[in-house]
Design a protein around this ligand. Structure first.
Ligand SMILES: Nc1ncnc2c1ncn2[C@@H]1O[C@H](COP(=O)(O)OP(=O)(O)OP(=O)(O)O)[C@@H](O)[C@H]1O
Ligand SMILES: [Mg+2]
Length: 236
């Protein structure tokens, strides 16, 4: 029924002599929510950055029926793929409005979308003129997600949405993601809070030192002994 939206085929990423990702094959279907798990340094952020063309990779990336391997990030974003980077990466001295506008494609008429977004995130409307660096962590995460939505993505890649946030704020961020999912938006979520994301996602991949070690339905991984051992019992 549902069509494939994104595939990576034999995706590999190196930083000089360091092989960060080795031959990963990922698939995301339209409207699907996929979790990408793994300990620190497993290659999760590198994978997301390579998919949107921010770093070089080997192998192939296909999105919405097009080969986007090696394509410039601007083109990839215009096709409907958008990244919420690890650590939010807002411009702290710019206002919320200015940060959001940076997510809109050049020359695009995005006023309607802007209004739409602010209706969904009323807290941002109150703070449009505030400089982003003075927002709380949860508000900054909302701005980072809203900025990524300004390009009207079909697939949102989100790198550690709950990083550094108190549990109740994480609830609010996931509530936002849940609302967005209802609009048909597909997502790949990199998350250290494994059980939380496995309750939210449809499917999951777990990376370990650059390779995909496990994949399956999120509901199955939630009860998997291997996942428990790696994420709940061990040093993590
Ligand atoms: N710019 C870089 N230059 C050199 N090595 C890098 C660079 N970025 C990442 N690496 C290395 O690549 C590997 C994968 O890093 P990556 O950031 O993708 O991991 P991650 O799974 O996102 O980890 P974390 O959970 O800590 O965010 C690590 O060994 C890291 O040290
Ligand atoms: Mg990372």
């Amino acid at each position: 029924m549902s069509n494939t939206l994104l595939t990576t085929t034999d995706l590999s990423i190196s930083y000089g002599a360091v092989k960060a990702v080795r031959g990963s094959n990922l698939e995301v279907k339209e409207g699907e929510v996929v979790a990408l798990l793994g300990p620190n340094g497993a290659g999760k952020s590198s994978t997301l950055r390579a998919i949107v063309g921010l770093i070089k990779s080997q192998g192939a990336v296909n999105f919405a029926g097009q080969d986007i391997t090696g394509a410039p990030t601007e083109r990839i974003v215009s096709l409907g793929l958008s990244l919420v980077p690890e650590g939010r990466r807002l411009f702290p001295h710019l206002t919320v409005r200015e940060n959001l506008m940076l997510g809109a494609p050049r020359k695009a008429k995005s006023d309607d979308l802007f209004d739409d977004l602010l209706n969904r995130l009323p807290i941002l409307r109150e703070r449009l003129q505030q400089v982003s660096g003075t927002l709380s962590g949860g508000e900054q995460q909302q701005v980072a997600i809203a900025r990524a939505l300004m390009s009207r993505p079909k697939l949102l890649l989100i790198d550690e949405p709950s990083l550094g946030l108190a549990p109740t704020i994480v609830d609010a961020v996931y509530q936002l993601l849940s609302d967005l999912r209802k609009t048909g938006l597909a997502m790949v979520i990199v998350e250290q809070e494994v059980m939380r994301v496995l309750k939210f996602a449809d499917r999951a991949y777990a990376m370990s030192t650059g390779e995909i070690a496990l994949e399956g339905l999120a509901a199955d991984l939630r009860t998997s002994d291997e996942v428990k051992k790696v994420y709940l019992g061990g040093a993590e």
